[in-house]
Design a protein around this ligand. Structure first.
Ligand SMILES: [Zn+2]
Length: 141
């Protein structure tokens, strides 16, 4: 039985690729560039039994600051463009990638910790392609 990719051509949270990352219908993300596999569990706790709808009001990480991420070859400008910011999650500095739903509302975030752990907030499942909002903004301008 093969799984289907429900989100494709996403920017990879682990490497510099802007479109090699996909998420399948089982909630696994995979990058075809660097090969990373990430469980897109909304709790960030893969061992937890699923089935029950997770609460939708997971707290989102508040905005911190835009900063150039030289290791990932992201300039401050690029980070700003994609709303990719540095915030604080339970006292730890995290890189936060915002995800938006079809109406352009922030519906989730992907957090990347310094130790390369990942965690998701909100409802990433409802999110449309990362970067879409940018397009929506531009097309409405
Ligand atoms: Zn990658």
């Amino acid at each position: 039985m093969s799984s289907e990719w429900v989100h494709t051509h996403l920017p990879c949270p682990n490497c510099a690729s802007s479109d090699a990352y996909s998420i399948n219908d089982r909630g696994w993300g995979r990058c075809f560039s660097c090969g990373v596999n990430i469980k897109e569990d909304e709790d960030g706790e893969p061992s937890k039994p699923r089935g029950k709808q997770v609460a939708t009001d997971k707290p989102l990480v508040p905005f911190g600051e835009y900063r150039a991420l030289s290791k990932r070859k992201l300039t401050e400008e690029t980070c700003k463009k994609f709303g990719y910011f540095i915030g604080s999650f339970k006292g730890e500095l995290v890189q936060v990638a915002p995800y938006y739903d079809e109406e352009g509302k922030l519906c989730g975030q992907k957090l990347r910790f310094a130790n390369k752990d990942f965690r998701a907030t909100g409802e990433l499942k409802r999110a449309v392609l990362f970067g879409c909002l940018l397009f929506i903004r531009l097309s409405r301008a």
